[in-house]
Design a binder for this molecule. Structure first.
Ligand code: PEP
Length: 247
């Protein structure tokens, strides 16, 4: 079922005090908004602060696909479950482009998350170079085909279209560009998984802020947002949540 979701990817930001303050302040700002689900992805070391509360959904920013073993600094799906996580980001563009994660690795991560009852937020999107060469749809198609290879229960996955050129740059995709990509992703999922795309939640990510939320959420195939910078303050994140309500 398509869900209205506004998720916050905190990346390597904030600290114990600011996160405690966020957990304290945020719930009352969105208490009246029942139709939008918020999910926060804090740095791993602060997950325990979320385990001590029950108002904010939360998850991990990444996983390794093995259950345990000699993989220094990695975290498994089972460990995230152990910390009360229900969600995990897989394939964020910073993982793909700074840390070199490829589609076949991400495929294993997706399978591991699903096997452990974690809901993956699977990020896909093209670079500026790829868009300039008009290759954005080929890139999305490959990321979907290879990333989802052999995956059975794709209805458990949340997708996030995040054009790399719009992440953390202040440059947002226009509503039309974002809608075009979301429509393409939904149609691809329909093709690959016998019409399953109609019921899949697809988020947009890339410099989302209160000023551009309204025009993006109006688009038919945009179900919500994955927000970086503007999710770090309760005020802007709650404002994006408020503006993302159903019309
Ligand atoms: C992100 O980290 O997924 C993201 C979209 O970041 P920002 O909103 O800062 O562009």
């Amino acid at each position: 079922m398509r869900e209205r979701i506004v998720a916050g990817n905190w990346k390597m930001n904030l600290n114990k005090l600011s996160i405690k303050n966020f957990i304290n302040d945020f719930p009352s700002l969105v208490a009246d908004i029942k139709e939008v689900k918020n999910i926060i992805f804090p740095p791993y070391v602060y997950l325990y602060l979320f385990q001590e509360q029950d108002e904010i959904h939360y998850g991990g920013q990444n996983i390794y696909y093995e259950e345990n073993g000699a993989f220094t600094s990695e975290i498994s799906s089972g460990m995230l479950r152990d910390m009360g996580c229900k969600y995990v980001i897989v394939g964020h563009s910073e993982r793909r482009h700074i840390f070199g994660e490829k589609n076949d690795l991400l495929n294993k991560k997706l399978q591991s998350a699903l096997d452990n009852n974690l809901i993956p937020v699977f990020c896909i999107g093209e670079t500026l170079k790829e868009r300039k060469a008009n290759r954005q749809f080929n890139v999305l198609e490959t990321q979907l085909k290879e990333g989802l290879n052999g995956i059975k229960n794709i209805e458990k996955i949340i997708f996030a279209y995040e054009p790399v050129w719009a992440i953390g740059t202040g440059e947002t995709a226009t509503p039309e560009i974002a809608e075009g990509a979301h429509k393409f992703i939904r149609e691809e999922l329909n093709k690959l998984f016998s019409n399953a795309g109609e019921n899949i939640t697809i988020l947009y990510g890339g410099s989302v802020k209160p000023q551009n939320t309204g025009s993006l959420i109006k688009m038919k195939n945009i179900d919500g947002f994955l927000v970086g910078g503007a999710s770090l303050q309760p005020e802007s994140f709650s404002e994006i949540t408020r503006l993302s309500r159903e019309d």
